[in-house]
Ligand binder design. Structure first.
Ligand code: FES
Ligand SMILES: [Fe+2]
Length: 372
């Protein structure tokens, strides 16, 4: 079946079986049509990480970026940080190609100039060539934005969608809920100590499912996460896909050498969280890591990893501590992807320790497939 035909058919398919297993694993992990559907329906309607706020440190900072295929500009003007469309309102050329400091945004094609809040300031030869143009009525579209874990997030909204969803209280807002879990680490004041971009040869959902899986902690991470008490792992998955979890450090665990703890923690252990669909967050007593996923292809995912920690920590020790278990996770997900060709289906899932990954699948299935 062609990708286009399949794309039309997926929304009528039942994607999950009653036990929470994908009915057709090759479809959801390998098929370009499924990724195209996710890009159309799932990614635009949720908060997506754009970049660390440090990249917009000074007024006038402009950074071009791509959010789920949409070209945007992250901009700091004198008052605030915002995400603007990076497409000129004249002949729809990409406006800005490189990051830099700017007082205004000038399109290289015909010189239209915009203020940093997106307002069109002037169009060359306007009086003669564009006498009816009213610059005050033309501006670069602004994408709703917010902040979490020291990152700027944007929400594209699906076409025809109204204003961004508002929440009656903080407890309903996924960003506020996750922010509460991170309050101990106070991300805006914790400096970025490590940045890495990794590419994993697997579907993005395998990385999320692995993040939500409490069952593998004892085995895959026997050494790298042996300091944490997995028997006391607790988690909360909400029907909108927001996930939070925590497990304490074992009292007898020797402190890792070279790492300086984050001061004044109210809980000492590992927290792992998800802002649906693709922002993974981990906290330990020594650092806070955010990794946002960017699907490049059904079997390729870019991970943007940003680690915040204490100034006194040794960079090498930090790298070992973070990448130790992240590498193990990526290797496992790549090995699952590589085995898809076998056609062997999943067996039974662990009742509690894999329940949250089933929750995640249900949210994806509800958005992309037929009602269960
Ligand atoms: S496309 Fe930007 S000024 Fe013409
Ligand atoms: Fe893991």
């Amino acid at each position: 079946m062609s990708t286009v035909a399949l794309l039309d058919r997926i929304p009528s398919l039942r994607l999950l079986d009653p036990a929470g297993r994908w009915v057709d694993r090759r479809l959801v992990y390998q098929d370009p049509a499924f990724l195209a559907l996710e890009r159309r329906t799932l990614w635009p309607s949720h908060w997506l990480a754009a970049l660390p706020l440090e990249d917009l440190a000074r007024p006038g900072a402009v950074v071009p970026l791509d959010l789920a295929g949409v070209p945007l500009l992250a901009v700091r003007d004198a008052e605030s940080v915002r995400l603007l469309s990076n497409v000129c309102r004249h002949r729809a050329m990409r406006l800005c190609a490189t990051a830099g400091q700017h007082q205004a945004l000038t399109c290289p094609y015909h010189g239209w100039r915009y203020a940093l809040d997106g307002q069109l300031l002037m169009a060359p030869q306007r009086a003669r060539e564009l006498p009816d143009l009213d610059p005050t009525r033309l501006r670069l579209a602004e994408v709703p934005s917010t902040e979490l874990a020291g990152l700027l997030l944007g929400r594209l909204e699906s076409p025809g969608d109204a204003a961004p969803r508002s929440f009656p209280s903080d407890s309903d807002d996924p960003v506020a809920l996750v922010a509460k879990e991170l309050a101990d680490h106070d991300p805006p004041t914790l400096p970025v100590v490590l940045r890495r971009t990794l590419v994993a040869a697997c579907n993005w959902k395998l990385l999320v499912e692995n993040h939500l899986d409490g069952y593998h902690l004892w085995y895959l991470h026997q050494r790298s996460l042996g300091a944490y008490d997995h028997r006391r792992f607790t988690s909360r998955f909400r029907p909108d896909g927001t996930w939070t979890s925590f497990e304490p450090l074992r009292p007898a665990a020797p402190p890792p050498s070279g790492l300086v703890p984050v001061p004044n923690l109210s809980r000492v252990g590992m927290g792992a969280h998800l802002l649906f669909p693709g922002l993974l967050i981990v906290t330990t007593p020594w650092w806070l890591a955010t990794a946002w996923l960017e699907p490049l292809a059904p079997d390729r995912t870019r991970l943007h990893l940003v680690v915040r920690g204490t100034e006194g920590s040794d960079p090498e020790a930090l790298l070992d501590d973070v990448l130790g278990f992240v590498r193990e996770d990526i290797d496992a997900c790549e090995a699952v992807q590589a085995a898809l060709g076998s056609g062997v289906p999943e067996g039974p899932l662990a009742r509690t320790l894999e329940a949250d990954l089933v929750g995640f699948r249900r949210v994806v299935a509800e958005i992309c497939g037929a009602p269960a």
